[in-house]
Write a protein that binds this ligand. Structure first.
Ligand code: GLN
Ligand code: ZN
Length: 758
């Protein structure tokens, strides 16, 4: 393997049947031994190498397996194990899992989103005392293991710069310390690893530097230059492919083009704008340009003709051109062929990881041997692309979007709304509520599963759900909450539930994608024009409202979150897609109002998640994000109260957008940040209702009334009682009933205490 030819930057690792998930959870529960877990992992790796080699890739990526997370792997490889985990005295495997999941005495590393994907990585903690050293040789063993099976791999590592840029300073590090200060030391350890890989026989190695797709300061770009100058200078290393993905590499691109490396990987899907700048980069002439032409983030079949045309324009620009995916295929499911219930037409448009490997192979062959050698593949792709382009235009949806005017996204003056709402709701000061879901009991889950499998009929299923709703309503009345919810027992997931009912969405059976560790999600596929054939939540909300005089809050998922947690069509701007989804939600909000529901919450926990990596792209995103939320929530009278909910308290980058949403009440995570969020909101002039979460639902711990009262007192220092709401910081569906009842009861008691003092 002297050339790269056709390749992918990475592959899913959870297993086509989520074998790794099951093996991990069984090991964590103490039901199986480490050797069993290792055996499952070994088989998954072997299957992946064999499949990728058999599919005809010229270069197979290696070291793409992880027991939990590739950033955690990198931390362990180079010895960045926090002392609280190292001192537990556990086996290497259990130390690793302690870092990932924590133990009773040692909290885990923090987890956060991997760039703008829905994958989450563990944040390395680096301090002045961190001693980088090559401490774990999994990457080398992985290479040897593949070679024994007859597959020469190209080990994939996270690049040193991205690793340090993703890390955070360890607790107790001086204020001016930044992980990147430790770059020279880390490079020593990387050099050692590269040399060992070379000695083991690796011809190529891939260093992933996705951090280059975000804005980088001049000093960071300088560090990039130094990093690859240093690594490049070594003679005892494999050839280096440095891959930057998730966008245009901007100022980092010329640096990589000039670096002493053998190949540069660029994402020509998310970063297609880079194509025009490639001809000017003379440094590429003696390098391989690895062109990321097949979208690694989305599920659509590639327009192979177009990709080939692009590839052909690149041919003269570099010493060699290889074709690849835009990023690792970690972010798409394994195999479309595993889906049995997909509409055949929609299925024809799709390519999951295995199909994408086939596309890359076909492109590579077309480029090297000629188009004729893959005529069949090209024709099939052409037919799929044409079919997709001609289908899914719903003229009624399009006409409706076209007729939208600014006033459709505007509500009346807030003062008047607040007055009308108070007249209809008659809420006490410091109104109490919850975020929507109540604990999902085994009975509820069983009933949903039985209904899906056809073991119980619709009538029986609805009866059980109504019983559950009644229980939840009675409980809330008993607890003394002011604005009630129906508890969401009928929902499997806050996005999938709506995707299953909206036209233009498909859902999959096996389309799992790793979210973090053993956790996977099955994103719906938004393939066509979206509309709402019939109401989605009205019957449940009405059922709850009939049981009580207290207002019941209707519960919907907002357009941005629907998009963010789905695979979205790529044949029109996201803003247009968001508008269609917003109109469907708007219809639902109006129907809820017509059914007598006076409070409607539209959750947007993903508002910040879709935020573009580069600051220059953010205003345009925030504009359509805000506009679509407002479109969804503006079709109603002043007296109907709109709530929204956001799951995080670090909202600096979107704070103006939160104000612009114009919701009457915003609930937000705050229990862990001690109400500081309120000062942040005040600072930008937010003057509507706000419900800072007063307890953390992510932990089973029951907050005591004193604690809640303290938090409320702190909140009242920032926000007057008329505007302050009292609620937990997220939905309760993952909790159990005993702790939930106790916590809510304490929440109400604390609120009452403060009301008495007002
Ligand atoms: N209404 C949803 C619930 O309570 C909100 C979930 C979320 O914010 N992620 O479960
Ligand atoms: Zn939440």
């Amino acid at each position: 393997m002297t050339f790269i030819g056709s390749t992918v930057l990475g592959f899913p690792r959870i297993g086509p049947d989520r074998e790794l998930k099951r093996a991990l959870e069984s090991y964590w529960a103490g039901r199986s031994a480490e050797a069993d877990l290792r055996e499952v992992a070994r088989r998954l790796r072997a299957d992946t190498w064999r499949d990728l080699a058999a599919a005809g890739l010229d270069s197979v990526p290696g070291n793409t397996f992880s027991y939990y997370d590739q950033v955690l792997d990198t931390a362990v490889t180079f010895g960045a194990v926090p002392s609280r985990h190292a001192e537990l005295g556990l086996s290497p495997m259990d130390t690793y899992f302690a870092m990932a999941r924590g133990t009773a005495s040692a909290p885990p590393l923090e987890m956060t989103k991997w760039f703008d994907t829905n994958y989450h990585y563990l944040v390395p903690e680096i301090g002045p005392e961190t001693r980088f050293a090559l401490s774990d040789r999994t990457a080398v063993e992985d290479f040897r293991e593949a070679r024994k099976l007859g597959v020469e791999t190209r080990p994939v590592l996270i690049g040193p710069l991205t690793f340090l840029l993703l890390a955070k300073p360890a607790d107790g590090a001086p204020d001016d310390f930044r992980p990147i200060d430790k770059l020279p030391e880390l490079l020593d350890a990387y050099e050692e690893l590269l040399a060992e890989l070379r000695k083991a026989g690796a011809e190529w190695v891939q260093l992933d530097e996705p951090a280059l797709a975000a804005d980088r300061a001049p000093a960071e770009l300088e560090a990039l230059r130094n990093t690859y100058r240093r690594l490049g200078d070594r003679s005892d290393r494999p050839k280096m492919l440095v891959a930057g993905y998730f966008g245009d590499l901007g100022d980092a691109l010329p640096i990589l083009a000039a670096a002493q490396i053998e190949a540069v990987g660029v994402d020509l899907v998310a970063g297609a704008s880079a194509i025009d700048r490639l001809p000017a980069l003379s440094g590429l002439r003696d390098k391989t340009l690895v062109a990321g032409l097949v979208d690694g983030r989305n599920v659509w079949r590639t327009d192979l003709d177009r990709a080939l045309t692009t590839a052909a324009t690149l041919l003269g620009l570099a010493g060699d051109v290889a074709v690849s995916t835009s990023c690792s295929l970690l972010h798409v499911p394994y195999d479309v062929d595993a889906e049995n219930d997909l509409d055949p037409q929609v299925r024809q448009w799709l390519a999951f990881a295995r199909q994408k490997v086939g596309e890359v192979v076909a492109l590579g062959r077309a480029l090297r041997v000629g188009r004729e050698s893959v005529r069949g593949e090209l024709e099939n792709a052409r037919a799929a692309v044409a079919s997709r382009a001609s289908a899914n235009r719903d003229q009624r949806v399009r006409a409706r979007v076209d007729s939208l005017r600014p006033e459709h996204s505007r509500r009346g003056d807030y003062r008047e709304r607040a007055e009308a709402q108070q007249k209809s709701l008659r809420l006490p000061p410091l109104p109490t509520t919850t975020i929507g879901s109540f604990p999902q009991t085994t009975d509820v889950r069983k009933a949903r599963a039985a209904h899906r499998a056809g073991r119980i009929g619709l009538a029986e299923y609805q009866r059980r759900m109504r019983d559950e709703i009644e229980r939840v309503v009675r409980l809330q009345e008993k607890l003394g909450l002011d604005v009630l919810v129906h508890g969401e027992p009928e929902r499997n997931d806050m996005v999938q539930y709506f995707a299953e009912q909206l036209a233009g969405f498909a859902t999959t059976e096996h389309g799992w994608v790793q979210s973090y560790g053993s956790r996977c999600v099955r994103p719906p596929i938004l393939f066509g024009d979206v509309h709402r054939p019939e109401s989605m939540t009205v019957e449940w909300a009405r059922c709850a409202q009939r049981l009580t005089d207290k207002p019941v809050k209707g519960m919907l998922t907002g357009p941005v979150t629907m998009l963010s947690w789905s695979f979205v069509r790529d044949d029109q701007p996201e803003a247009d897609t968001a508008r269609q989804v917003a109109l469907a939600i708007r219809d639902e909000v109006r129907d809820l109002e017509a059914a007598g529901i006076r409070v409607v919450q539209v959750d947007e926990p993903a508002l910040r998640e879709l935020l573009p990596l580069r600051a220059a792209d953010r205003p345009a995103y925030l504009e359509w994000a805000v506009e679509s939320f407002r479109l969804a929530t503006s079709g109603i009278s002043d007296g109907t109260q709109i709530h929204t909910h956001l799951c995080y308290s670090e909202f600096g980058d979107v704070i103006d957008a939160i104000v612009a949403l114009d919701a009457d009440v915003t609930s937000i995570e705050a229990a862990r940040s001690r109400m500081e969020v309120l000062d942040d909101l005040n600072a930008v002039g937010y003057a509507r209702g706000v419900g800072p979460g007063v307890y953390d639902i992510h932990s089973p711990r029951v907050p005591q009334p004193d604690e809640v009262a303290d938090l409320l007192r702190a909140a009242l220092a920032a926000v007057p009682a008329e505007r302050l709401w009292v609620n937990p910081d997220c939905g309760l569906k993952t909790r159990d009933y005993p702790e939930t009842e106790a916590a809510l009861s304490n929440l109400v008691a604390a609120t009452q205490r403060l009301r008495d003092g007002l």
